[in-house]
Design a protein around this ligand. Sequence first.
Ligand code: R1P
Ligand code: URA
Length: 340
Amino acid sequence: MSHSGAGFSGDVDPDLPLSPEGITFHVACTSKHLADRIIFVGDPGRVKTVGAYLDTGSITYEASHREINIITGSYHGVPVTVLSTGMGTDNIEIMMNEVHILKEYDPKKRRWRARAGDALADPLETSFDPSKVKLIRVGTCGTPNEEVQVGCLAITQYAIGMDNTCQYYDAPAVNSTADVQEVLAKVQTTSLGKVQVYATKAAPAITQGLVDACTALNSKANASEQQRYYVGATCSASGFYGCQGRSVGRFRGHLTAPNLTEELGDLCFNVSEGEQRVVNIEMESSALCYLSNLLGYQAGAVCVVVAQRSRSGRAFTTPEQLAKALSNAITVALEALTKD
Ligand code: R1P
Ligand code: URA
């Protein structure tokens, strides 16, 4: 299924664009097609790759619109939706708003579902529990960290927004914690002090679920197949090149943060989990975690490290390393998403 904006006319609310059937403007599905447990991938082609890990014959819905591919099926019997976001936190902002609409807006009654603590409009209606919405990003990334090699997995515990997407939203309470403030203060001592940055945290249960799934995976693998993984802070950039410290051609000499990777690689945060480092740089996790925290949803990320850009050198993954690590990332994400 696909739509091109047709059906979005007449009495559609421009601030809440839903078709008469309840299909959102960018994510081409209705509420009944979207599971509570969702995998986000950047690359639209990766949706099919993840789909191959779902239960045989379980796919009940498939659609495509712009860069957003969607399939819904099940993993070990638990309903799961896989969605591509395309690149960047700006796309994540669209996805998070439309997931929120699909999960919590009733297009027939034309009102938002009540949550526990809200005055229930309909005494027969059960309240919506936002914490049951779980989102895990399975992505690719670079690393400024000398220890983290290509082919490793980077699991997000804290997320640093070098983008400006969430500057348009008021900070959720989780960002006032001493831990998040420690991360933000340290990042602001780098060249990123010249741009507005924000910090947030992945849902601790998702981070722990990903770690547990890696441990379980490794317990079944022989010594040569162990999947290395690192837990730490993810930096999300608003672009791939200058925004990640890559100076290309005549852009050289015009970067605000030309030594970004070295600066991020040197950072060390003293948070309640212990000493933490920046483990990866990519383009989506900050907005995913920030907006999920704001909505009370649980989100996290696991990314395959495809590029090493640290003080000790430069490296890029081989196709074989990428395929193996991506397969492991998909498995641990599906395991973490569907446990309990
Ligand atoms: C850049 O090449 C893209 O790859 C990474 C970045 O976050 C960005 O979206 O993630 P995905 O592989 O999930 O797209
Ligand atoms: N994706 C990114 O955003 N950065 C990298 O260096 C590699 C993948």
